[in-house]
Write a protein that binds this ligand. Structure first.
Ligand SMILES: *Cc1c(COP(=O)(O)O)cnc(C)c1O
Length: 295
């Protein structure tokens, strides 16, 4: 397609905190795949777009909020593939569109605003035929998980002792769990507060709900979805200054915060080879006040 999946950058983090503990940390930089269709979103879309091709279907519909990385990615990927897209957006039409929605429009996406109740009833709608491919919000569907499973080999996760990622719908996590061996620890950091349906989600996505190699670190949501504070922003600037690692406010900064804290707490035994999946999402930082970040 329009991405170079063969060259995922694997960034080695050099730090005395790691060296002293004999722990290796690699960041799989999926954010570098593309500035808009970055990270896991491209992978989650993969098989839906393949379905469109198989059905000779030109129309794609999907769902998201005003800052949705998934809407942004879908708009771009569909336009690049010569398809028409409609974005169903949660809530009333605002007088000023968010930068994300402006991007979506610029990439040819038609926007429809749905009142919250209607949105909630519709947003998981899946359909695939020659008239329409309807992709559930966030790609939350077994096809999305199947696409996310492609990350495993692309990001060379086979050699990791620990695979870490941020979790929203759990679709990416489900894909990784499909491929990870039982000797690999898969660690997910939910960015939603009090996410207590992970097992049901995995059951829906993978047909298996429980995994003995799965750990959930659920204390790093910073108050909930898209909530942030000064110390998180400072931490993001630190990551950039120290390692040239840009992160996003919703997902990857919280993942890295969790990871760095656990490393300092000696969570990881000597000899660990941690791979952290940078799932992208950097476009979301545009909603921050100017000059909050140094990148
Ligand atoms: C959407 C997103 C996630 C969450 O992925 P899920 O498959 O919904 O769990 C993680 N990181 C980034 C940057 C995202 O945009």
């Amino acid at each position: 397609m329009y991405f170079d999946r063969d060259n995922i950058m694997l960034q080695q983090i050099e730090d005395s905190n790691l060296q002293n503990r004999n722990v290796q940390l690699t960041i799989a930089r999926l954010d570098l795949l593309h500035p808009i269709v970055s990270g896991n979103k491209f992978y989650k879309l993969f098989y839906f777009l393949q379905k469109a091709a198989n059905h000779h279907c030109k129309k794609i519909q999907t769902f998201g909020g005003a800052y949705s990385n998934h809407l942004a990615a879908t708009a771009y990927a569909t336009q690049a593939g010569g398809l028409e897209s409609t974005g169903m957006v949660r809530g009333e039409e605002p007088s000023n569109l968010s930068l994300t929605l402006q991007q979506c429009k610029a990439n040819g996406m038609q926007l429809h605003f749905l009142p919250r109740k209607e949105y909630k009833e519709a947003c998981l709608h899946f359909e695939a035929n020659s008239n329409l491919i309807s992709i559930p919000e966030g790609g939350y569907h077994p096809l999305g998980a199947k696409g996310a499973a492609l990350i495993y080999e692309d990001a060379a996760l086979q050699n990791a002792t620990h695979i870490c990622l941020a979790m929203g719908t759990a679709t990416t996590l489900a894909g990784i769990l499909q491929k990870a061996s039982m000797y690999q620890n898969v660690i997910a950091v939910p960015v939603l507060k009090g996410m207590n349906d992970i097992e049901e989600r995995l059951l829906y996505l993978n047909g298996q709900g429980r995994y003995s190699n799965l750990k959930i670190w659920d204390e790093y949501h910073f108050g909930g979805y898209a909530k942030t504070n000064e110390s998180l922003l400072q931490f993001m600037n630190f990551l950039y200054q120290q390692y040239k690692l840009p992160t996003d406010i919703v997902y990857t900064s919280k993942l890295m915060y969790a990871l760095m804290e656990k490393i300092e707490q000696n969570y990881f035994p000597a000899g660990s080879r941690i791979v952290c999946i940078h799932t992208g999402g950097l476009q979301g930082n545009c909603s921050l006040p100017k000059n909050s970040l140094i990148f």
